[in-house]
Design a protein around this ligand. Sequence first.
Ligand SMILES: Nc1nc2c(ncn2[C@@H]2O[C@H](COP(=O)(O)OP(=O)(O)OP(=O)(O)O)[C@@H](O)[C@H]2O)c(=O)[nH]1
Ligand SMILES: [Mg+2]
Length: 200
Amino acid sequence: MQITNAKFITSITGDAAFPGKGLPEIAVAGKSNVGKSSFINCMCNNFKLARTSQEPGKTRLINVFDCGRFHLMDLPGYGFARVSAQMQHDWGRMMESYLSGSRHLCHVLQLVDLRHEPTRDDVQMIQYLRHYEIPFTVIATKADKLSRAQRFRQTAQVCRGIGVQPWQVICFSSVDRTGKEDVEKRLDEILAQCTQQPQQ
Ligand SMILES: Nc1nc2c(ncn2[C@@H]2O[C@H](COP(=O)(O)OP(=O)(O)OP(=O)(O)O)[C@@H](O)[C@H]2O)c(=O)[nH]1
Ligand SMILES: [Mg+2]
């Protein structure tokens, strides 16, 4: 599916239930600066939708976008060394409360940087998702910075790092739109699964 007319609705903390319209939620997770907001803008064909920044830690709340058939949730990035211990603690609480408490969350798009080995935080995030039994797809970002051969090698590294198979990883670039159609196809599959198993 191509996403047209996506709109920013609100920012939430994850503590209180998001009333929404009962639409399935697809969340975008990943470390700070991995390209979550750029990914959302690229997928929604609107480069002014989610605020992107070269300064990590820009997105501090969960930003909610209405994409018609589902809500896209831009989660705050993790692993930003310069934030205080208090902020890291608050981040953990917010994520835990959202991931364990949302009634409509049906899938997480887990972004990792294709150029680097998955971080300890990436591994922990995947463990969280497995623990809460939340289905996820791995999106490896910034593919434009690598050659074809490098992409192949790096995909293998991502797979080893977080324990997934190569077919579970989509190489992506919000700069040259590598992988955009693959993600669109994946969204169709995700939504078909979500609507087959309506949440209580
Ligand atoms: N070359 C390249 N740069 C990218 C890509 N995606 C994002 N960037 C750059 O990476 C930086 C961070 O992008 P954001 O989309 O703001 O990252 P984020 O994950 O939302 O960051 P936080 O909100 O801080 O967690 C920006 O300078 C982007 O222009 C990509 O696919 N290719
Ligand atoms: Mg962001």
